[in-house]
Write a new protein. Structure first.
Length: 171
């Protein structure tokens, strides 16, 4: 049996620093206005160090997004019922509205929506999926609903959106 190498703590720390730098810059300027040089400068690293870890800005974005989604899904796992899960989801989005709005509308929108769809589809409970509708269709509807809410500047509250998402995903 081969020993699996533990990731080097320095690598983990560097990647975490790059994730944080990217997310901060997106919140300030928007994804499209951020360059690799900006990320490296914010992280207090050289561009060469950036490229040791990621081949481009989108690869970093996808890795950072995985961390954000992991945190979200950990919170969702603690929900006691479906209604609470939807409230947790929309509260998470509302707290990071600028970040998600930019991610759902910028150059990265297609990749971000696809990744969110994949993660949501994998966790869409079969109990809330009507028999004649695949979970992917419901996940797509929810991702579309999220995109609309973030882009439109709707005055719908977290509770309004949670209730709407629950209606969409139940019979």
């Amino acid at each position: 049996m081969m020993d699996e190498k533990k990731p080097d703590r320095r690598v983990i720390r560097t990647r975490r620093t790059l994730h944080r730098a990217l997310l901060e810059l997106i919140a300030e300027r928007g994804y499209d206005a951020v360059s690799v040089a900006d990320i490296a400068e914010r992280a207090e690293l050289r561009r060469a160090t950036f490229y040791l870890h990621y081949h481009d800005k989108e690869a970093l974005l996808m890795a950072a997004l995985e961390g954000v989604l992991d945190d979200l899904f950990a919170q969702l796992a603690a929900a006691v019922n479906e209604a609470e899960a939807w409230r947790i989801l929309f509260a998470h989005l509302a707290a990071r509205r600028r970040l998600y709005r930019d991610l759902f509308t910028g150059q990265s929108a297609a990749a971000v929506a696809r990744r969110c769809f994949e993660r949501l589809d994998a966790r869409m409970p079969t109990a809330i999926t009507p028999d004649d509708m695949p979970s992917g269709a419901l996940a797509g509807a929810v991702v579309g609903l999220i995109g609309w809410w973030l882009e439109s500047g709707s005055s719908a509250t977290v509770e309004d959106m949670a209730a709407l998402a629950q209606r969409i995903t139940t019979r």
